[in-house]
Ligand binder design. Sequence first.
Ligand code: 4AD
Length: 466
Amino acid sequence: LAEWTPVGELSEALKDREVLVRGRAQTMRAVGKKMAFVVVRERGFTVQCVVTAKPEAVSPQMVKFVAGLSRESIVDVHGVVSVPGVPIKGASQQVEIQVSKLYCVSRAIPTLPISIEDAARSEQEIEEASQAGEQLVRVNQDTRLNYRVLDIRTPANQGIFRIQSQVGTIFRQFLLSEGFVEIHSPKLIAGSSEGGSAVFKLDYKGHPACLAQSPQLHKQMAVCGDFGRVFEIGPVFRAEDSYTHRHLCEFIGLDVEMEIKKHYSEVMGVVGRLFVAIFDGLNANCSTELAAVARQYPFEPLKYLPETLRLTFEEGVQMLKAAGFEVDPYGDLNTEAERKLGQLVLEKYDTEFYILHRYPLAVRPFYTMPCYDDSKYSNSFDVFIRGEEIISGAQRIHVPELLSERARACGIDANTISTYIDSFRYGAPPHGGFGVGLERVVMLFCGLNNIRKTSLFPRDPQRIAP
Ligand code: 4AD
């Protein structure tokens, strides 16, 4: 019996071998009544299958049936691998299958709301085709998201979500190898974990509650519960009103929390090594996926240093000022200032990935430890890729009195987080950590322009379906 062969593994090495392939009928073309071509796609790879009427095997009805298949139907193809003398256009694999049997496993409706070929075109291809006078359908973002189950079949989207999966895998493997324990914190919690108003409120059996904006409080409690070093990969919820290219109402948080022995630079050390491992791993393991993304959405590979650059907030402010950019030394950087600083850092240090630390205390969450030498600043940091924030982190306050005071100063009702504050009364190690937005990492590593491209089924202020 022939073996099931993934389309991506079909090559000249299999010449004359019988194979069995399952995939989607991407395009069909009849040549007279005796021959039909069907391009079969599986996981972003495509192969041309040739159906020729032959008395002993394939009937003319079979040729007609194949030519009339609806696009995106799932087919099982049985045949022999052949190598044509000329390059094959319109398929990724440079071999063909001479079909002996073809079964339709699941039929798609005849008219699809979007065509995968249209959805897979790059801006340049659209431009060239329209100049050549071709009638083209431009698939806009809302339409893509409405029919996401079709849209995610494009090679670029297949690449994006396989890259996303790798980021999570490397994150987990790296941290496990460094002695971290994976935890799962509750997503239904009594009060806001990050402060502010971006909270989805709900009724918890008659008590006010909300969806967790982060695992912040519980990951800290886990460290105080003697786990020492913990991480979590899970959904977090933000009732953002901002309709921007980088905000979602639900995203995947990659969270880390660890004991600090001496200085919060230990946490920044983990960030640096972890992300170099992620970037190296993506470049080594995902070259096909990255190429598929770049084919539709061209981008330059990320520039990063083996030893992650760290700058203080004050140094950043100085660099911006020297470039004629006015910023408040005790305020936060706005998006424009972050972008500008990203450019300046790239010019000076040749890296698009760096850590900015010692932020002004006033712009950080209530649980952030003030600097010991100057309480206008804090032991905290943000991390940037291509001038946009992907991580925020800090040393936390582990002294309950100071924590209550800071919560009050930030307008948070200490009663709603009393169990959190109490957990530092039983002996709490100095600790810190960070939170990463998975969708932002993939968006920025691949130089994409919108976070909706890296969320499988994005949730934003205007979208909760599909
Ligand atoms: O900066 P944030 O809000 O920090 C925290 O949640 C802290 N508890 C982290 C910590 O351990 N100190 O969120 C962390 C990261 C951001 O850097 C950003 O990458 C991402 O989460 N993020 C969002 N991603 C998509 N949509 C949103 N609305 C996001 N808000 C934050």
